[in-house]
Design a protein around this ligand. Structure first.
Ligand SMILES: Cc1cc2nc3c(=O)[nH]c(=O)nc-3n(C[C@H](O)[C@H](O)[C@H](O)COP(=O)(O)O)c2cc1C
Length: 384
């Protein structure tokens, strides 16, 4: 059963995003800048569009935190959308402004058409506003609180970009402590650890922008210091590998998720896929091909997951579409768009991994207060 519950609400050009996180134990120290720092990291990355220059995201804490500590009550957060000032009338909850023209041309690769058919919206604006990845800002804010909890217990989460289109990072992040991995990735305009690949990635993004096109890529998320015993093999929906995959796949634009070797397992011999078990005064695995999860349970090794993001669907040289009203062919509707958002999606990936891990941690080691949680965690999961 989920120990951590969270919900977000808010439209891309509405007044704000709101989020509620319930289940965080009491007594967790939080600093004022912890959430905003993560929000700033989500805006990083070469290839972001004009929106990122408008939004200076700050999370207002409405409840659940007092004098720098969580109280155990639901944590409610609010992030204002500065762009709303320009959209007040379009987004008015009560009436459409005079001369308002609904959006009737769906963008290929977006929720526009499928969402309109599902909810019966004649104005695609009703789909666009909520399906927009603007919502991921709140995921990052809530994830920052989950990250704070994990960090207090020695669990670090980091990410980096391993591919943009055909350019692959040749530097392995394995072994880098999460804080250092993030510090290095955040210094790069594409959050890549390999300076040679970084230059080529930037060139590829610039080339896409010049062509009126877009590019995608792959990012890796890592969690280190994870105790064994999170998740379970006893039922499909308790497997933590499945829960992590769902969380990463839910990020807009993500089309593939791998854990450990991922799709490479299909090409290798069995002996090249499993991790051997050694006893050297303690458990030692010479390899971590499983990415920290065996049978859907954490095994004490770092968790390694990768997600592939498709190229941004809104193109400045629009794709073909048709008008819902007239059925006439027209170029796709354009919104202000990023050319590449893989570096930002990686930061969202960290938040999603943090929320799933915090939930699984509280499930395995419950605690109403941080002190209780620590007590349970210290007992750990010893060898039987
Ligand atoms: C951080 C982030 C930023 C994004 N920015 C844009 C954007 O500016 N324009 C756009 O068309 N899609 C953007 N996307 C991708 C779309 O939201 C996504 O492709 C779309 O909602 C359809 O969902 P699907 O690709 O998962 O099917 C972004 C995604 C993320 C994670």
């Amino acid at each position: 059963m989920a120990r951590l519950r969270w919900l977000t609400a808010g439209e891309s050009h509405g007044p704000c995003l709101v989020g509620i996180l319930e289940g965080i134990p009491a007594g967790l120290p939080l600093r004022a800048g912890d959430i905003d720092r993560e929000l700033a990291r989500r805006k990083l990355g070469h290839g972001r569009g004009g929106r990122m220059r408008i939004e200076k995201d700050r999370a207002k804490v409405l409840s659940g935190v007092r004098h720098g500590r969580t109280t155990g009550a639901p944590i409610a957060l609010l992030i204002e959308n500065r762009d709303w000032e320009n959209w007040r009338e379009t987004m008015d909850p009560w009436e459409a402004p005079a001369g308002y023209r609904p959006v009737t041309v769906p963008r290929p690769g977006h929720a526009d058409l499928a969402g309109a058919m599902k909810y019966g919206h004649p104005d695609l604006r009703d789909v666009i506003e909520r399906a927009s990845a603007r919502e991921t800002a709140m995921r990052v804010a809530l994830g920052a609180v989950a990250k704070g909890l994990l960090s207090e217990l020695g669990i670090g989460i980091a990410s980096h970009v391993v591919r943009i289109k055909d350019v692959a990072c040749q530097v392995d992040a394995l072994g880098l402590p999460p804080e250092e991995l993030n510090a290095r990735a955040d210094r790069s305009p594409v959050r890549c650890l390999d300076p040679k690949a970084e230059a080529e990635m930037i060139a590829r993004i610039d080339e896409a922008a010049a062509r009126g096109d877009s590019v995608g890529g792959t990012f890796e998320v890592v969690a280190a210091g994870v105790p064994p015993g999170l998740g379970s093999y006893v039922h499909w929906d308790r497997r933590l590998d499945g829960r992590i995959a769902q969380a990463l796949m839910s990020i807009p634009g993500v089309k593939g998720v791998e854990i450990g070797l991922g799709f490479q397992v299909a090409e290798r011999w069995g002996s090249e896929v499993q991790d051997e078990l050694l006893w050297e005064g303690g458990i030692r695995r010479p390899t971590n091909r499983a990415g920290g999860l065996e049978g859907g349970v954490t095994n004490g090794e770092p968790i390694l997951a990768r997600a592939a993001m498709k190229p941004i669907p809104t193109l400045s040289r629009p794709l073909r579409s048709f008008d819902l009203k007239t059925h006439r062919p027209v170029p796709a509707h354009r919104e202000r768009a990023d050319v590449c958002a893989v570096p930002a999606a990686a930061v969202v990936g960290e938040a999603m991994l943090a929320l799933v891990l915090a939930d699984a941690l509280l499930e395995a080691f419950p605690g109403d207060s941080l002190a209780q949680l620590r007590e349970h965690l210290d007992k750990g999961r010893p060898l039987p």
